[in-house]
Design a protein around this ligand. Sequence first.
Ligand code: AMP
Length: 187
Amino acid sequence: MRLVFLGPPGSGKSTQAASLSARWQIPSLSTGDLLRDAIAAQSDLGKQAQTHVEAGELVPDQLIVGLMRESFGTPATQQGWILDGFPRNLAQSQALDTLLQIMGQPYGQVVYFDAPEDQLVERMLKRGRQDDSEDLIRQRLQVYNEQTAPLIALYRRRQCLVEIDGSRPESEITDAIAAVIQPFVNV
Ligand code: AMP
């Protein structure tokens, strides 16, 4: 099973990716987590990504696509995956298409988490991550609206978009996604 989780910051993508990855025994690949690890380790990637992450803007596509190419090369991803936080703009979505074509792995569904902006801000302030100050949150939402949100229409046109109401309680969202995706589990 190959799923892309798409949605604004704070919409619950990561929480859902973690519980469904455990339920379905497939890895969840979170570019945000990978970048935070790289920054903590001060690797080359971490050093190049740090200023962008701290400014609430997107890390250059070339770094992110390299990171994804590496992740797809690991044995753990051969049975499927959940992508959490990638692709985040049109160029990354095209790069994903190309990578999957090369690997002969089509993706199944794109799960889109929709939630009202006030709720997103409130959730992120509660979560208290380092890049979760109110200014940075607003900045990340703006970047999402400008660069990532256009992907919704693209995947809707491809008829692979599943819309989930991200404002509901966590466990209800997990069940809602499982109900839509389960029929595809062995595909
Ligand atoms: P996240 O944990 O997904 O909210 O990501 C945290 C930060 O990492 C974002 O605000 C970006 O600076 C960076 N980031 C994560 N994923 C990507 C991506 N696919 N493309 C560019 N930057 C990313």
